[in-house]
Write a protein that binds this ligand. Structure first.
Ligand code: SIN
Length: 533
């Protein structure tokens, strides 16, 4: 058993920044855990495009306008204002000064700003096409160097410890729900420990892995969302799953992201026969239309014409040396797969990319459960509305990671949050768990969930498809829950139980919302919706 002031689940930008901010008070003790053996493995690591700052001839107001336009009328204006106003200074402090990240510069030392879909200005800082990797490496190194942060890898949270649920005192039934840490599965020792905390921050990232095709890493299976949901936290906007329009369509490289920055630098989408097609879907923005429009346009071209993919051409639009310099990872990965992007177009298809909904939080990252915070992709600040503006998510994680840390520090300093004692919280009960988890069952069930979500809760939805998905997912959830009750825990089993839980959350929200908006598109929309094809 461990006790700490603050328990943080997740080592991406949001969790790492929160830990670093809290660690500025040398008296604070912070535990950061991640299920992966490598703390650099997170959604942050795979972000290619970059992080928004404030570019030349740019302003906070312009950024707010772009965020609200991309969000299709469902973004919370106050969240956009906070991001636009506080973002640039916090970025400088956390990423440039503390983590020592050197963003790409021009020959005279000036910062180089990129542009992606639906941005009215160049404002995206980048490190080639490996921005996430650079940020993750810098932040994790900084976290490791702080004596008051303990980092535990290979540790999967199983469930949140909440009152009154885990309390021994019957009178706690009358208190509001509060979080006091988590039960954590030590993957090496195969044991479940209590980690008791005055405050807990969920920074567990997204859920792209519940879809067959996704840009997300294996850990993105909705663990944090599922735990918060079981603890009765409020969840918002779960129907808004953003599909990235362009991922590599080559066997063995499924889900490899071809950054939107490629189109930002002039890349164009073409049919396999070489014809541009975006103008007919978005005469104003063409290839740089908001993501939901581009992804649906590609889907429509593929479905109507029977294409297995479309093409993305940068070769005829950017000098070969510039391509290699600006997109070194994309160039190398495509070349490894037999495509030289400096002289031929890239075959691409859409894939699940980002969860715009999440655990409802306020301006300080506070969830509806006392002492439970959520930051980054697992949370819903309202910023992304129905469709996230490109390259906003890293900055959102940074801003809300900092804000949550500030709020927690204020509470701890005021003595307003306490760590429960060992006696107050029961140990995990493993009695009766006799069977070892069968990896074939886990993998088979996971693939079934991914197929259901891809076909029935994907880019194009209907009431019938969603009802079918819900029926099948409910059946699977019953099976998985029975299996879970009799089987020794493993990371795969924890993930499977969470995956089916969050798949149902998404499918139910999608069925409930009969209006097409942003990345939630229903062919049977009640009012025809907006931005349809
Ligand atoms: C990309 O580089 O296209 C992805 C960036 C993002 O999702 O914000």
């Amino acid at each position: 058993m461990k006790t700490t002031d603050v328990l943080i689940l997740g080592t991406g930008i949001a969790g790492a920044v929160a830990a670093l901010k809290l660690a500025q008070n040398p008296e604070r003790r912070i535990i950061v855990i991640t299920r992966d053996p490598d703390p650099n493995e997170s959604n942050t690591r795979w972000a290619q495009g970059g992080i928004i700052e404030r570019g030349p001839e740019d302003s906070a107001d312009l950024l707010v306008k772009d965020i609200l336009a991309a969000g299709a009328g469902a973004s919370l204006p106050r969240a956009a204002e906070i991001l636009a106003e506080e973002g640039p200074a916090l970025l400088k402090d956390a990423l440039i000064d503390i983590a020592g990240i050197r963003f790409d510069h021009g020959v005279h030392g000036e910062l180089e700003y990129g542009i992606e879909a639906a941005h009215s200005r160049r404002r995206i800082l980048h490190v080639g096409d490996g921005t996430g990797e650079a940020i993750s490496t810098g932040l994790v190194e900084a976290v490791r160097s702080r004596p008051n942060i303990e980092m535990l890898t290979n540790a999967t949270a199983v469930d949140l410890i909440t009152y009154p649920h885990h309390s021994r005192d019957p009178l706690d039934t009358y208190q509001p729900i509060a979080c006091h840490g988590a039960y954590v599965f030590d993957r090496s020792g195969k044991a479940i420990h209590r980690t008791l905390a005055a405050s807990t921050i969920l920074a567990t990232g997204g859920l792209g892995r519940i879809y067959r095709n996704t840009t997300n890493p294996v850990g993105a299976r909705g663990d944090g969302l599922a735990m918060a949901y079981r603890a009765r936290a409020r969840i918002l906007n779960a129907e808004y799953i953003q599909f990235h329009p362009t991922t590599l369509s080559v066997p063995g490289a499924e889900g490899f992201l071809i950054s939107e920055a490629v189109r930002g630098e002039g890349g164009a989408l073409l049919t396999p026969g070489g014809k541009p097609f975006m103008e007919k879907y978005s005469p104003e923005w063409k290839d740089l239309a908001p993501r939901d429009i581009v992804a649906r346009a590609i889907h429509n071209e593929m479905e109507e014409c029977g294409y297995s993919h479309v093409l993305l051409d940068i070769a005829t639009r950017m000098d070969a040396e510039k391509i290699k310099h600006r997109f070194p990872n994309i160039y190398a990965e495509c070349l490894r797969r037999g495509i030289d992007i400096t002289c031929e177009p890239i075959p691409v298809v859409p894939a699940a990319h980002y969860f715009c909904g999440g655990i409802a939080v306020d301006e300080w990252g506070r969830s509806s459960i006392a002492s439970l915070y959520a930051v980054g992709e697992v949370s819903c600040t309202g910023l992304h509305g129905a469709n996230r503006l490109a390259s906003t998510s890293l900055l959102e994680g940074l801003v809300w990671g900092t804000r949550a840390a500030r709020d927690i520090e204020a509470k701890l300093s005021a003595g307003a949050a306490r760590i429960p004692t060992r006696e107050e919280i029961p140990a995990w009960d493993e009695s009766g768990l006799t069977k070892d988890a069968d990896p074939a069952l886990i993998q088979g069930d996971m693939q079934t969930i991914q197929n259901i979500m891809w076909h029935y809760v994907g880019l194009v939805r209907s009431g019938d498809r969603l009802s079918r998905a819900i029926r099948e997912l409910r059946h699977m959830q019953n099976e998985i829950e029975t299996f879970y009750r009799h089987t020794k825990l493993s990371d795969g089993l924890i993930g499977l139980r969470n995956a089916v839980e969050v798949a149902l959350i998404v499918a139910q929200a999608a069925r409930h919302n009969r209006q097409s908006r942003g990345c939630h598109y229903r062919v049977d929309s009640v009012d025809g919706g907006d931005r349809l094809l």
